[in-house]
Design a protein around this ligand. Sequence first.
Ligand code: NAD
Length: 261
Amino acid sequence: MDVKGKTALITGGASGIGFAYAVELLRNGVAHVAILDLANSNGNEAVKKLEKEFGKGKAIFLVCDVTNAQQLEDGFAKAVKEFGGLDIVINNAGIMDDLRWELEISINYTALVRGTLLGMKHMGIDNGGKGGTIVNVSSIVGVIPLIIFPVYCGTKHAVIGLTRSFGQPYYYEKTKVRVVAICPSITNTQLMTEAEGRTVKGTPYTALPEKQRAEPLQSVENVARGLLHILRVAENGTSWLVEKEQKPAELVIPDIPVTRG
Ligand SMILES: NC(=O)c1ccc[n+]([C@@H]2O[C@H](COP(=O)([O-])OP(=O)(O)OC[C@H]3O[C@@H](n4cnc5c(N)ncnc54)[C@H](O)[C@@H]3O)[C@@H](O)[C@H]2O)c1
């Protein structure tokens, strides 16, 4: 996909990696970005910053708690109305807080499912759209275990299964909507820096394998550059790891992981 002139919607785009996605998309010629985030988020500030760098009317902030189905539906509908359609949907909003694991599942998975369905609805050619791309935000812990946040880890595994399933040709042939996943490794945002103390049963960071504890945080800018690469080259249904300030690498997930003799 050439992102020039396209329109994008980002959930949880007021700060962290989501905001970096907005910057990188506009820097690469995207026409308009809609940021859907909480009422008490940095949404208004984020739009001011984007307009300062890229010009008036390039970004809008829509108040939306993604766990509220009506608000999410309204957010998509307003963005479509404002921009005359959507080409890119990034289901990014997420928390890492296993003390509030039911809310964590609602944000990281249930709302992401709804965002995927809404993306299909508004972009699918079977419903009057012009096709497009849905990027679902998983994590490196979408494919490896995470001792201190087992529920978070489960939500990120679920995102990959959903993406691979909606990424099958059966859906694409009807909708012309590509569905892919981005899987950042640990990245320098509030989600990471405030994570300690939110582990299930207060499991300490020392429970993490030494290798994971010692890993430096990558920049949000690297993840955002990774997103642009993925939008340009990713095949439908694929999942991409972005880690250690490097370019994305496609995850190889075997279709049938077990062979019996
Ligand atoms: N930071 C990392 O190391 C890392 C690694 C892999 C994946 N991720 C994933 O990347 C995504 C973004 O994470 P981040 O590190 O930028 O986090 P962050 O905490 O910096 O930003 C998250 C954003 O989501 C918004 N948000 C939270 N709950 C919401 C809700 N109910 N409705 C709407 N918006 C809501 C917040 O207001 C915030 O703007 C998440 O899905 C996260 O799981 C992060």
